[in-house]
Design a protein around this ligand. Structure first.
Ligand code: ACO
Length: 428
């Protein structure tokens, strides 16, 4: 390990400090680079740039490791509940039994939405994408919960965080109910966080909804697998929005907007649509050939990851969960056979081996969610629901950092240099 690296720039010798985390690559501290040399670094897409320090989540992409506060994702997915993981991410430690009861109780007391918020839904077209509704309704929470908007008060920050975690299932379930023309279902606090979400989504007032424990467990696991993923695009968006002092509801709405894209949270929807389009195993080679063709923009959705270059540990858990859910529900979905065969063929293809492209968490999640009964348009909304805890944990961490500054990247300008204004009549 070195303490500093030498850089010769603009005719000057600089000693740049090297900082070490608890695990993972060291980073070169370039904060004084501009002041000392008049130069910026250039790193579009942040492929070599650490934007902050964080004690929440650690990923080793080469080894396929994902740790939340030190705990491996596989152990959390197998042995804990989403509420425990929420407590862990937000507060730094797994809860004791008493702490978990208290935390779950607190969350359950915030699940209802202000009645006037329900009227927002009626303003959306019936065929609105749930993510469009989520962006709008979550942003609108700022107007309803102004009592938790003082971001300098840790207590208010925690109340806003609890509110967001608690209300997301209600908001997502209402977006679904609205799209199919069924009445909104009120939360039921005697159910688990995940059971309540299933009840609000699939229950109807005319019948008592009975939560299937296998589906509840699978859903809870999907929430755990999506809870946080360090400084990905949507989390960085939340941090950047929050760095200006914006209120937490607006920041999370910004994160939802970023997550919507098909290269990020929209990938599970795109992956299932792709598997359905492929339809049968014999058509897979045609799609693999298209994915490899430089002149075709088609990519295998659910494959590849910016950070994981070996395998995505979440995909392994997801693959096991698919089998459990399909078995329990007695669903025989040909899409699952296509998924298994596609994974096999792609993983033995030199193009995918060479580029280190493996199935990511989204490759199988769509198959499970579809078997449970969610339409593809809801997939990203479920991701947003689960990721909310990661977003608020990262936002809280940033705001409580005394050295926190507004995020302001620089650029390499390639436009015209200064020129004089030409009046309209003289322009050619
Ligand atoms: N299918 C075919 N080729 C691919 C794929 C894919 N899914 N992913 C990457 N490649 C190829 C690229 O064409 C590129 O080839 P080249 O070097 O010949 O130009 C090379 O692999 C590297 O790709 P990049 O786009 O530079 O890699 P990056 O790390 O920027 O992208 C990303 C990662 C966006 C996830 C990409 O793999 C992708 O688009 N995958 C499909 C979408 C997807 O599944 N997203 C979900 C991500 S997980 C999540 O958000 C929870």
């Amino acid at each position: 390990m070195t303490d500093s690296v030498k850089l010769n720039a603009a005719g000057k010798d600089l000693d740049l400090k090297v900082l070490s985390g608890s695990v993972g690559p060291d980073v070169i501290d370039i904060r004084k680079l501009y002041a000392q040399t008049g130069m910026f670094t250039y790193d579009p897409g942040f492929t070599s740039t650490a934007s902050c320090d964080s004690a929440i989540t650690y990923i080793d992409g080469d080894e396929g490791v994902l740790l939340h506060r030190g705990y491996p994702i596989g152990q959390l997915a197998e042995k804990s509940s989403f509420m425990e993981v929420c407590h862990l991410l937000l507060n730094g430690e797994l809860p004791t039994k008493d702490e978990l009861d208290k935390f779950s109780y607190t969350i359950s007391r915030h699940t209802m939405l202000h009645e006037q918020l329900a009227t927002f839904y009626r303003g959306f077209r019936r065929d609105a994408h749930p993510m469009a509704i989520m962006c709008g309704v979550v942003g609108a929470l700022s107007a309803f919960y102004q009592d938790s908007a003082d971001i300098t008060d840790p207590q208010q920050r925690m109340i806003a965080s609890h509110r967001l975690i608690a209300k997301m299932p209600t908001i997502a379930a209402m977006a679904y109910k609205y799209s199919i023309g069924q009445p909104f279902m009120s939360p039921k606090n005697n159910l688990s966080y995940t059971g309540n979400f299933l009840q609000m989504t699939f229950g109807v007032p005319a019948e008592e909804y009975v939560v299937n424990p296998v589906v509840e467990k699978a859903m809870d696991r999907i929430f755990i697998l999506h809870a946080d993923h360090e400084q990905n695009a949507s989390t960085s968006t939340v941090r950047l929005a929050g760095s200006s002092g914006a209120n937490p509801f607006a920041c999370i709405a910004a994160g939802i907007a970023c997550l919507w894209g098909p290269a990020h949270g929209g990938a599970n929807e795109a992956a299932l649509n792709m598997l359905r389009e492929i339809g049968t195993v014999d058509r897979i080679p045609e799609y693999i050939a298209r994915a490899k063709d430089k002149n075709d923009p088609f990519r295998l959705m659910g494959f590849g990851h910016r950070v994981y270059k070996n395998y995505d540990p979440r995909a392994t858990v997801m693959q096991q969960t698919v089998r459990e859910v399909l078995g329990e529900l007695g669903v025989t979905d040909p899409v699952f056979d296509v998924a298994i065969a596609l994974e096999e063929m792609a993983l033995s293809d030199p193009y995918f081996i060479e580029k280190k492209l493996f199935p990511n968490v989204d490759f199988y999640s769509g198959v499970i969610l579809s078997a449970i009964g969610f339409p593809t348009t809801m997939f990203t909304a479920l991701f947003a629901l689960a990721r909310t805890v990661g977003w608020v944990a990262q936002w809280n961490e940033m705001i409580s950092d005394p050295e926190q500054k507004i995020g302001r990247p620089r650029q390499l300008y390639t436009g015209p240099t200064q020129r004089d204004f030409v009046p309209l009549a003289d322009r050619k």
